[in-house]
Design a protein around this ligand. Structure first.
Ligand code: ADP
Ligand code: ASP
Ligand code: MG
Length: 420
């Protein structure tokens, strides 16, 4: 049985005209002899509408009930799409996460997939040619509905492709591939023909929302080839695959930005063993993700400022936690700033090229953009800056690394973009 997984995002299923385009694509895949597992998002704007609705009812909506509400967007999409398929005689049916089930942990709103009952899906595929699976959702061990975090349908799709050993996982969206940076804010952005899992992982983690981070983790772990492409054109998109030698030739492959950052500083914390643990343990227990961390102790005073970033939505909870431990760690003051953003340059080529940081810092200096925090990994350099300079910083860095210039692609890679 040849299986292909195709995921369509919110703008691709926004109305009946869009869904008819999706149907055409699915019919083409059927013609090629595939069984098609179609993962759908909610119609564009629907998830936001449902979140706002819940927020009108309750100041702090119960997370498990929130998941019951927000998962209904995808439920509507798969039912409508299955109707369209059945109208033209295709053997199709809809599936919700709990019906398969897609088993997750119990972190409502940001659940992680633990297991997918793939044998059951193969059984169903004996009688159906297309399964329309609701993205973004699963269920926990008590059969309570969970959701996978914003953009989670990407993860549903890649996880299904891994579980079913699909030939390809195609992610259809409103751009025709992964670009060197967000094409919405940089007109010089260029489509990347092929990107390594690790680079894509950094791009996604650093804010390029074209793929959800967890989906790339799955793709890498299970070696699922992912093809990111447009629902609305037939151009080949971007292949996300294992790293190869050709990828190291470029110094940098992309620039990403993340405005969902808040900077928190604890002023004059005692510089003694255990201070950092006292700060970050309760934050971690509250399931808050800390990103950049800087500590720079003064040699004379025996005290240090501890600065770090968290998602904007977690800044209030973080401040409440810190207020409780402020005296214990001897902090003089707690400062917070939500007008910050992180810009990052990413590329596996960094391992073999020196001077990448210097080029990035000089480019930001040329535009008089101050860097508040720097963090690096083997294949990325991130700088925290004032939020109002985000777009300028992205364009400047993109230009400094010559990312708008052409890149070549081998005929072998072209052949891999098969299901056109
Ligand atoms: P979908 O609803 O199909 O899941 P998303 O809105 O989640 O689509 O992701 C696609 C969007 O990601 C694009 O419209 C684009 O603005 C944004 N984006 C950010 N960075 C990049 C990038 N490097 N390459 C392509 N798109 C990017
Ligand atoms: N509908 C969800 C969201 O808007 C999941 C997704 O589209 O991937 O985040
Ligand atoms: Mg998305």
């Amino acid at each position: 049985m040849r299986v292909i997984v195709q995921k369509y995002g919110g703008t691709s299923v926004a109305d009946v005209e869009c869904m008819l385009k999706v149907r055409e694509r699915v019919l083409k895949a059927l013609d090629k002899g595939f069984k098609v597992v179609v993962v759908l998002s909610a119609m564009s704007g629907e998830t936001d509408r449902l979140i706002n609705l819940a927020n009108k009812w309750s100041k702090r909506p119960d997370p498990s009930e929130m998941d019951v509400i927000v998962s209904t967007g995808e439920q509507t999409s798969v039912a409508l799409f299955s109707m369209l398929l059945k109208d033209c005689g295709v053997k199709a049916r809809s599936f919700l996460g709990f019906q398969i089930p897609i088993q997750t942990d119990r972190s409502f709103g940001k659940a992680r997939i633990l297991d997918i009952e793939h044998e059951y899906i193969f059984d169903i595929l004996k009688n159906y040619d297309v399964l329309a699976v609701a993205g973004f959702q699963g269920c926990d061990c008590e059969r309570r509905i969970t959701t996978l975090g914003r953009g989670g349908s990407d993860t549903s799709a890649v996880a299904l492709a891994a579980a079913l050993d699909a030939e390809m996982c195609e992610i259809y969206t409103d751009v025709d591939g992964v670009y060197t940076t967000d094409p919405k804010i940089c007109s010089q952005a260029r489509k990347i023909k092929k990107i390594a899992y690790d680079e894509m992982l950094e791009m996604a983690s650093m804010g390029a929302k074209v793929l959800q981070i967890r989906s790339v983790e799955f793709a890498k772990k299970y070696n699922v080839p992912v093809h990111v492409r447009s629902t609305f054109t037939n151009d080949p998109g971007t292949l996300v695959v294992q790293e190869d030698k050709s990828m190291e030739a470029a110094m940098v492959s992309g620039v990403a930005y993340d405005k969902d950052q808040a900077r928190i500083t604890l002023v004059d914390v005692e510089d003694i063993p255990g201070s950092a643990a006292a700060i970050f343990e309760p934050i971690s227990r509250a399931n808050i993700v800390v990103d950049m961390i800087v500590q720079n102790p003064s040699r004379e005073s025996g005290r240090t400022d501890m600065t770090f970033t968290v998602p904007k939505g977690s800044s209030e909870d973080t401040l409440n936690i810190l207020k409780k431990i402020k005296d214990k760690i001897g902090a003089r003051e707690i400062l917070s700033d939500t007008n910050v953003a992180k810009v990052s340059v990413i590329g596996v080529g960094m391992r073999n090229h020196s001077g990448v940081a210097a080029i990035a810092f000089s480019a930001l200096k040329k535009e008089n953009i101050n860097i508040m925090i720097i963090s690096t990994s083997e294949i990325k350099i991130s700088c925290l800056i004032e939020e109002k300079y985000t777009e300028l910083a992205v364009r400047t860095l993109h230009e400094a690394f010559g990312l708008g210039e052409m890149q070549d692609v081998s005929s072998e890679d072209k052949a891999q973009c098969r299901n056109e």
